[in-house]
Design a binder for this molecule. Structure first.
Ligand SMILES: Cc1ncc(COP(=O)(O)O)c(C=O)c1O
Length: 278
């Protein structure tokens, strides 16, 4: 069953209704996380909970539950859903109060949904996906996992309109990240990814892929790169909780090398899958 959690209660997610004065709905005034469930177990949950706390703190939002209690709510939800492979989205907003930009004097709201995991096609993994580049039109605090996703939504739709899977965002001539992914390129056996600043989200998958690369003796450089550098790479891929490690075939219709997923991309994806298969 698709599980929802709202006002401290588990319900059928398909019946959940958000109150009209909910600030997440009216202002996007909140933060969120998504966690994958493999074989009924949440993957890298503690890292996601830590990031939720950091995002909340960055917008002066006090979580309505402790991280331990949120963990319990999630584990109970997974049990109730009876799903083996799922995705859990949870949001914390500044609560429900009559419309006013100022912070209301109410406690924060916590909502959650647990639904079957959306799957990227197998073909995407063995052929790689098409991407486009587009201007990064987001705000100055992209390290916060905020509910405000309008520029990301517009960029992703633009990619889709151009028969591509992801939009890679460009700020001041450099790649920041994808609309919902981090971006990596391999050139001369070195793995490059954009360094952590306020311009990108510190992806949990990114962090774990970097750890794996170091373990596997792949040289890593956290360094900004341009679209031209990306296209001239030997391999490239995207990472996120949802897509894991997803090879990029082309950028703006320019194929990277012969387009097929490269050996380092495949090795990192295989090693990443081992983390939850263990
Ligand atoms: C803008 C953005 N960058 C990167 C990511 C990847 O982060 P993670 O690996 O933690 O899912 C996401 C995931 O939702 C995202 O929205």
């Amino acid at each position: 069953m698709n599980i929802g959690f709202i006002n401290g209660e588990y319900i059928n997610a398909d019946e959940a209704v958000i109150p009209i004065d909910e600030r997440g709905h009216q202002f996007g005034d909140g933060v969120y996380e998504v966690v994958k469930i493999y074989n009924s177990l949440p993957f890298l949950l503690d890292e996601h909970l830590t990031r939720l706390k950091e995002s909340a703190s960055a917008i002066q939002l006090k979580l309505p539950y402790s991280l331990d209690d949120i963990k319990k709510i999630i584990l109970e939800g997974i049990k109730r859903s009876e799903l083996l492979n799922a995705e859990v989205y949870f949001q914390v907003t500044r609560g429900i109060a009559p419309r006013n930009h100022l912070f209301p004097n109410v406690s924060a709201s916590f909502t959650m949904t647990i639904k079957p995991a959306r799957k990227v096609s197998e073909q995407s993994y063995y052929k790689g996906i098409k991407t486009i580049t587009t201007k990064d039109e987001r705000w100055a605090n992209c390290h916060i996992k905020s509910l405000n996703l309008l520029p990301n939504v517009l960029a992703k739709q633009k990619a889709n309109n151009e028969e591509s899977y992801e939009a890679i965002l460009i700020k001041d001539g450099y790649v920041t990240e994808g609309s919902s992914t981090n971006v990596f390129v391999v050139k001369n056996n070195t793995l490059y990814t954009t360094p952590l600043t306020n311009n990108i989200l510190s992806g949990i998958t990114r962090k774990n892929v970097l750890k794996l690369a170091q373990k596997l003796d792949v040289e890593v450089l956290e360094k900004s790169f341009t679209t031209e550098f990306l296209i001239s790479g030997d391999e490239a891929f995207l990472t996120s909780t949802t897509v894991e490690v997803l090879p990029i075939r082309s950028v703006n219709n320019k194929v990277i090398l012969n387009g097929d997923p490269g050996p380092i991309t495949k090795l990192l994806h295989e090693s990443f899958r081992q983390l939850y298969a263990e």
